[in-house]
Design a protein around this ligand. Structure first.
Ligand SMILES: Cc1ncc(COP(=O)(O)O)c(C=O)c1O
Length: 344
């Protein structure tokens, strides 16, 4: 039986032997008391990388997204986000349940929207309307296919937020990929935002963990909400050590994960059963449409699985493939062979 090529997500990676070694050796303490030196080092490191005063470690990207929402808003407030964004589509309705906010959607192009589109949605200060409170950006944008939100537009959003007294948050679960692909340091990509979250468990290959960064005052409030959400962890240095290792050793190699999707996407484009927007392939994600061949995304995923390639069904006729630390050139060649054999 040939090895399975798992392209479902960049979250499927397993810790490398060296990463496991630093986890084994990590110095730990009780992080709920603030005593874990490895967690403290990770928080300082990420705050510095993102150019913010402070950062807080939490179990997942979903938790830091929800913490961001509750920190910036009050129940009944309105938040402006792109229609395909993670916080709206893939977090089980948490914004309605936890922060109690309205999410007003903006239709972007490949996940990108502009300040004028937000301005059109903003509410007059009249008590009939929900208070406009927060603008939400996702970079890179998962559902749009790992696309990059231009920095210049983020600065325009900053100006609008300042003029209208709004907060500006960045869901940077894959900000590392945006930095690797553009050559722009994370701190510059994060600069226009009041708060930023990043994940260590995606392209960087750590087994778990996300952080939220912002001002000291913002992170103090985030700390309270992490507690309320049950996200306080005790000897978390064991997993934080993997995060530090990933920051040191797995950021630069992300450009490899960005080269391989190009090869995959070009192979997909040659198959008449599929259509693909090649311009959307900017980092480590490939999304294609199975409508031309008349099959659903679910059917494509089943056929690929039977032949040893795992993909994600991402909408009725949409399929997602993601490259990562645990897939090499040979794996991509195998995946292309399987695609051609089944759908050529
Ligand atoms: C853009 C984005 N934000 C947040 C998350 C949530 O991360 P987690 O799965 O760690 O909850 C994801 C997960 O894929 C994501 O793609």
């Amino acid at each position: 039986m040939p090895e399975i090529i798992d392209l479902r997500s960049d979250t499927v990676t397993r810790p490398t032997p060296d990463m496991r070694r630093v986890m084994f050796e990590a110095e730990v303490g009780d992080d709920v008391f603030g005593d874990d030196p490895t967690v403290n080092r990770l928080q300082e490191r990420v705050a510095d990388l993102l150019g913010k005063e402070a950062a807080l470690y939490a179990p997942s990207g979903t938790m830091v997204n929800q913490i961001a929402l509750v920190c910036h808003t009050s129940p009944g407030d309105e938040v402006y986000c792109e229609a395909g964004c993670h916080v709206l589509n893939f977090e089980s309705g948490a914004p309605a349940m936890l922060a109690g906010v309205l999410l007003a959607t903006i239709q972007g192009v490949r996940g990108v929207f502009n300040a004028e589109q937000v301005e059109e949605k903003l509410r007059p200060p009249d008590h009939h309307f929900p208070p406009s409170r927060l603008i939400w950006v996702e970079n890179t944008h998962n559902r749009a296919g790992g696309t990059i939100f231009p920095l210049e537009e983020c600065h325009r959003l900053r100006r609008l937020a300042d003029e209208r007294g709004l907060g500006l948050h960045l869901d940077g679960a894959r900000l590392w990929n945006a930095a690797a692909a553009t050559g722009i340091p994370e701190r510059e990509l994060a600069a226009p935002f009041d708060s930023v979250n990043v994940c260590l468990s995606k392209g960087l290959g750590a087994p778990v963990g996300s952080l939220i960064a912002g001002s000291v005052d913002f992170i103090n409030r985030a700390h309270r909400f992490r507690k309320r959400f049950g996200g306080g962890m005790r000897q978390a240095g064991i997993i934080a050590a993997a995060g530090l290792y990933a920051l040191d050793h797995h950021r630069e190699r992300l450009i490899e994960d960005h080269r391989r999707p190009r090869t995959l996407a070009e192979a997909v484009a040659e198959l008449p059963a599929f259509s693909i927007d090649l311009e959307a392939v900017a980092t480590n994600i490939v999304i294609f449409d199975s409508a031309p061949g008349g099959l659903t995304g679910e059917e494509i995923v089943e056929r690929l699985k039977a032949d040893g390639v795992l993909a994600t069904y991402f909408g009725r006729t949409m399929v997602r493939l993601v490259t990562h630390l645990d897939v090499d050139d040979a794996g991509i060649e195998r995946a292309i062979d399987v695609l051609r054999r089944n759908f050529g």
